[in-house]
Design a binder for this molecule. Structure first.
Ligand code: NIG
Ligand code: FE
Length: 407
């Protein structure tokens, strides 16, 4: 006897088979028409055409001819911050660039000044409605980064705030330590790097506060040489590694990230054709962030070229106050079709199976017996309404490990 049976599913659309999908395989989905899904102890125990179900269930829910897809996985957010960046938005609309604002001590520096002295409770309270919005948009797993702390204490406090946040939201949060911005002065840079390697990373690893370490490699942030040192410390501490890279300039980050076995390299707006091939030859996921292209008016990352080169692409919102105030993972999926040239099937794979791989997870990202029952019931009978519809949610129900949340 199963605990729960969902019937009346017009179609289930899901990636299939273990691990990340690369190149042409990103466009291959399993579609089961007129389907049913049985759930026991939060896990999918049966799935197939409804007419083939011969078991019994304690509770049967008819979803009324609607489509079901895997819960979306948002592999890149900065959902914890205080203050706002409305002055930047205004300045950029008058012609200033994101990089100029950052170089002048604004931008990310401004958010650090607003965030670092907030209490853990204040940070969690500010972040809760943001992750709730992502959950309503379909995200059942959400990565959340630190990076607006900038001292040992403030970075640890951000990660503690993410722990506190997890107690208040059903969706799974995956915390990442982000080594974000770099002091201007070389002596200070060395001092900060020493603190990160000697104190912050060991403490984060010891307390299990993050699954991975991310670093922002850019002309106005860390160099590829610094990234190599810091990411080596992260690996030595048993943490996975990730990188913000090729957002504005090519300063060697992508190559270091791939060479060191990063789970993902993220942004890639200025990734060249040769670099697409470098990523494609590796196990590293290419995470694209179309909300940034939209909000900053930057060229979009070459999603189409990455897939054509054979890479595995994931999509994230990059939810943050400066470069991507995008509170919908489903909208990121729809933007990737319009701005980065992905097909609907590729975009679904990028937001599920490949985003799961970008976080090093193996129990979510596709609907299959034995996987967690993280799934979405859509308003529509056709799953493609999910990336198609703009400005309104087509997510009717969000199911996290079998627990139904009305979206
Ligand atoms: O992913 N590029 C660096 N970090 C973030 C932006 C953070 C901010 O502007 O506050 C990003 O775009
Ligand atoms: Fe980011």
């Amino acid at each position: 006897m199963s605990e729960l049976l969902l019937t009346g599913i017009s179609e289930i659309a899901t990636p299939f088979g273990e691990g990340a999908k690369r190149g042409a395989a990103m466009g291959e989905l399993r579609v089961v028409q007129r389907a049913a899904i049985a759930i026991d102890a939060g896990v999918i125990s049966w799935m197939g055409p409804e007419r083939d179900w011969s078991g019994r269930a304690e509770t049967v829910i008819d979803v009324g001819g609607r489509a079901v897809v895997p819960g979306l996985i948002d592999p890149h957010t900065h959902a914890v911050w205080a203050g706002d960046r409305l002055a930047d938005f205004e300045a950029r609309s008058a012609g200033a660039t994101y990089e100029e604002i950052l170089a002048a001590g604004g931008g990310i520096w401004h958010t650090i000044r607003e965030t670092a002295d907030k209490s853990c409770e204040e940070m969690a309270a500010l972040a809760l409605p943001r992750v709730q919005a992502l959950q309503r948009s379909g995200a059942t797993t959400i990565e959340v980064k630190s990076g607006y702390g900038y001292t040992l204490e403030a970075e640890l406090k951000m990660l503690e705030a993410i722990q506190l946040l997890q107690e208040r939201i059903e969706s799974r949060l995956v915390p990442t330590l982000l080594v974000h911005i770099c002091p201007e002065e070389r002596g200070e840079q060395k001092r900060y790097r020493k603190m990160v390697c000697g104190e912050l990373i060991p403490e984060v690893a010891r307390r299990g506060l993050a699954a991975a370490v991310d670093i922002f490699v850019e002309r106005h942030a860390w160099s590829a040489v610094d990234a190599r040192v810091i990411l080596a410390c992260a690996k030595a501490a048993g943490l996975s590694i990730k990188m913000h890279t090729e957002q504005f300039q090519r300063v060697g980050g992508l190559e270091v990230g791939v060479e060191m076995g990063a789970l993902s390299v993220d942004h890639l707006e200025v990734c060249s054709a040769e670099q697409c091939a470098v990523v494609a030859r590796s196990q590293t996921i290419a995470t694209i962030l179309p909300g940034v292209s939209l909000h900053l008016g930057l060229p979009a990352a070459p999603g189409r070229a990455l897939i054509d080169a054979g890479a595995a692409v994931a999509i994230g919102t990059d939810l943050n106050p400066g470069s991507s105030p995008l509170f919908s993972t489903a909208a990121a999926m729809g933007l990737a079709m319009r701005l980065n040239g992905l097909t609907a099937a590729e975009a679904l794979t990028a937001c599920t199976a490949n985003a799961s791989a970008a976080l090093g997870l193996d129990d979510v990202g596709r609907l299959e017996v034995g996987m967690l029952a993280d799934l979405l019931v859509l308003e529509s009978a056709d799953w493609r309404e999910l990336p198609y519809t703009l400005g309104q949610s087509v997510v009717r129900e969000v199911c996290v490990a079998g627990r139904r949340q009305v979206a």
